[in-house]
Design a protein around this ligand. Sequence first.
Ligand code: PSU
Length: 299
Amino acid sequence: MIPLTYSPEVEAARAEGLPLVALESTIITHGMPYPQNVETARLVEQDIRDAGAVPATIAVMNGTLHIGLTSDQLDALGQATDVAKLSRADMAACLATGGTGATTVAATMIAAHLAGIHVFATGGIGGVHKGAETSFDISADLHELAQTPVTVVAAGAKAILDLEKTYEVLETLGVPVIAFGQNTLPAFWSATSPLAAPLRMDSAADMARAHQMRAAMGLPGGQLIANPIPADAEIPADTLAPIIAQALNEADAQGIHAKSVTPFLLGRIFELTEGASLTANIALVRNNARLAAQIAGNF
Ligand code: PSU
């Protein structure tokens, strides 16, 4: 038996058949500083409610998989230090040993699918790290998209990654990458990039239908909706490039590796942009939550 529990709000939504949107918790514990992490989590949940769906923030707490967190639980998680960052490899072990962990994109997809939730909103997925040809550092998020049937709405992959290689891997794995309303792929903090979008859709209804069509065809896996950050909130790629390069050099010099790379880079870019990267990150997550709610409403 999986120790799984629904928050009262999610339980009620399930009983009434309301559309649900999953949210991850690694962005809270490892992606943003306190207190902006908790404030953002609350705003994102409210954005989903305002768009007619119900939010289900997912985390493992004391050996129980929570689908939906109460306000107190969200607060506790946002201030906790020493929380594990869970992916496919270690989620079951954390549950089995009574541990506490935040769920990454991969782990949140697994949990959402267990709970019958089809749509999930986050900031940016993990992917192929720069220098992966020697480090082999490729996020488990990519393989999860290839095997778990959840539609993930993100501002593409995070721009700290090797975006070209990330999208190459997604193509190899057969993951549909669908840009919302534009012909290029977004680059997290920037609305666009030089990369052409493999697919483009202009409506949430089409995105929901595409998800259902894959399932009907017996194709495993989900799809990535690449939703550009709103133009008034973006940071131009040229401004960010030297900052990302500096953060990458520092990570290298300090021997940061594996699960620590992404949190380290996000933290340094926050400092080097004097907080501007966090403001943009918050804007893009909220934008993704609104689109995810619309997609969920079309199932
Ligand atoms: N989106 C954000 N900030 C984050 C993340 C997503 O705006 O911190 C998290 C997600 O949980 C994602 C993880 O799965 O970063 C990627 O980590 P890694 O590169 O170690 O796989």
